[in-house]
Ligand binder design. Structure first.
Ligand code: AMP
Length: 542
């Protein structure tokens, strides 16, 4: 039809082009794995990303092919975010906290052509490499002076700075289809093997617009943003893209996520906004409390990935004058789903009521639709009382998992989150439980099924059930409930030692409780919610 608007594809590279043109002088500061602080400007970042785009072409990476990264939050990782997606291939961020078997599975499943890694992860790469057929090329994200002299890799090992230096910065970002894939992140927040969530350029851009809004993460050109949430965890909640869109200064913490290092960085760089899981903030608060310190620039912190306890909200707001923004999201949602931002009539509520409100996960940002349903799939009222399965749909919600043979997850066009929630008349959602059978510890998933499967290998175990038990530091930790073979003299420590070497150390249950039986439902399935009711506070009372 005549007189309509232009059709310009929504592309990740356009964020970089915008940042370079309009915020070229803005800074990106990174704590490096080499130990020092690196700083440069958006203009340098854009130029190096173009060099890297040429380098990727030189490595023979074709559009649509996956490029893995195993890296902390830092400027080189940021360059890869844009060089890889911008040139039409797919940025696959790998989670270094996974067990080496899972990493190998994910790299194989995604068919990564090349994997870039921070030096910290060389031992991990050395363990993974012999277990995967591709990639044949690894790139250490460092300079020549820091390249490892001895390593156990038989594949080609390249040096990041060499390949950046060796390529021209003249590169025209291709005009891609906005529905083509830009990045890929696997989640272990489902049963079975980790599943890939494939983001498109379009979904990423729409998510960036929505997440930057004042009632979302509230980002502007005056902000100094410290993404503590890892760039391997749902694109650091979109902050690398948002920072480019609004022209904010970016501060990357590298591997130093302890309270002291974070506080130093926040103060030295005058950070105004940060984002991460509650466990990280606990460390920061403990440090600042201990030194009776303060925050001279921080205005708000986005807390999500796990419920934000009211004690944490109070500590930040009442003690340090930093606003807490509680948020809920998922890898499958890019990740932003709901944000707990006050409506006008809530601002003047008594402080206790406001704190109670902030314990809720919040209301959907525009572009995200949600409902709660009963067991028959019927929508439940938003009365703040009825609880049901939380379903969502929207521009940046996954439709299916990447390369999965399983049935697509959608129910009548809605994505089942695996969370159980209630919604109040103001549209504020509060998570009350989880129907998915996984444990979230310090913001990362642990598979209860994997733990149970290992326990079953022990000859004296009849029944093994692993549940998420609340934990004062990690939010949740696995608790293993065991029915022993009759007459068995098995003791908890013996069973716990049995896990050593069989799974990632931090996946090992903290305790074993022997029980006579476990409750079963009509279909013979273990009623884990009953066990959670009974043992859910085990670590709180221990
Ligand atoms: P992930 O895909 O690893 O980001 O995990 C998403 C899941 O983490 C959600 O489905 C929830 O179970 C949990 N989660 C995320 N944010 C929150 C929050 N603010 N409160 C409670 N649970 C959360």
């Amino acid at each position: 039809m005549q007189g309509l608007m232009m059709q310009q594809p929504l592309l990740v590279a356009s964020l970089l082009t915008h940042a370079e043109r309009h915020h070229g002088e803005q800074e990106i500061v990174s704590r490096r794995v080499e130990g020092d602080i690196h700083r440069y400007r958006y203009r340098d970042f854009a130029q190096r990303a173009r060099r890297m785009a040429n380098a990727l072409a030189g490595l023979g990476i074709e559009p649509g092919e996956r490029v893995g990264t195993l890296a902390w939050n830092g400027y080189r990782h940021m360059e890869l975010y844009f060089a890889v997606s911008g040139s039409g291939s797919v940025l696959h961020t790998l989670n270094p906290r996974l067990h080496v078997d899972q990493l190998a599975y994910i790299i194989e499943h995604a068919e990564d052509r090349v994997v870039f890694f921070d030096l910290t992860f060389l031992p991990l790469i050395e363990s993974v490499a012999p277990r995967v057929r591709s990639p044949k090329v690894f790139v250490a994200m460092t300079d020549r002076a820091h390249m490892p002299r001895d390593h156990g890799l038989s594949a080609t090992l390249l040096c990041y700075e060499d390949i950046v230096d060796g390529h021209s910065d003249a590169f025209d970002w291709p005009l891609l289809d906005e529905n083509s894939a830009s990045s890929l992140c696997y989640t272990s927040g489902t049963t079975g093997n980790p599943k890939g969530v494939l983001y498109s350029h379009r979904s990423t851009l729409l998510h960036t617009y929505a997440a930057a809004l004042p009632d979302s993460l509230n980002c502007s050109a005056r902000d100094v943003i410290l993404p503590v949430v890892p760039m391997f965890h749902v694109n650091a909640w979109g902050l690398p893209y948002i920072a480019c869109m609004v022209g904010a200064k970016l501060v990357f913490p590298g591997p130093a996520l302890d309270g002291k290092s974070l506080h130093e960085l926040i103060e030295n760089e005058q950070v105004t906004l940060s984002a991460g899981v509650p466990t990280v903030w606990q460390g920061l608060l403990a440090h600042v409390d201990a030194i009776t310190g303060s925050f001279s620039s921080m205005k708000r912190t986005i807390i999500g990935g796990a419920p934000c306890p009211t004690a944490m909200t109070t500590a930040f707001q009442a003690r340090y004058g930093i606003d807490v923004v509680h948020a809920w999201g998922m890898t499958e949602l890019s990740p932003v789903g709901t944000i707990c931002s006050f409506k006008a009539h809530q601002v003047s509520l008594p402080v206790v009521e406001r704190y109670a409100l902030q314990a809720k996960q919040g209301r959907p940002v525009f572009g995200m639709d949600m409902k709660i349903v009963d067991l028959e799939g019927e929508a439940l009222p938003w009365d703040g009382a009825a609880t049901g399965d939380l379903l969502v749909r929207g521009h940046w919600v996954t439709r299916e998992y990447f390369g999965s043979d399983d049935a697509p997850p959608l129910r009548d066009g809605w994505f089942p989150t695996g969370d159980v929630a209630r919604i109040d008349p103001d549209g504020f959602m509060q998570i009350t439980d989880r129907s998915k059978d996984v444990i979230k510890s310090g913001g990362e998933w642990i598979s209860s099924t994997d733990i149970e499967n290992i326990a079953y290998l022990h000859p004296e175990v009849t029944t093994a059930v692993c549940i998420a038990a609340r934990h004062p530091k990690w939010d949740e930790r696995p608790l293993l409930l065991i029915v022993k073979k009759p007459g068995s003299a098995l003791v908890p420590n013996e069973l716990l030692t049995f896990f050593d070497g069989r799974l990632a150390k931090w996946w090992k249950p903290d305790a074993v409780v022997f029980v006579d039986s476990v409750p079963l439902g009509a279909t013979g399935k273990v009623l884990k919610n009953r066990l959670r009711d009974q043992f859910g506070d085990y670590y709180l009372s221990a």
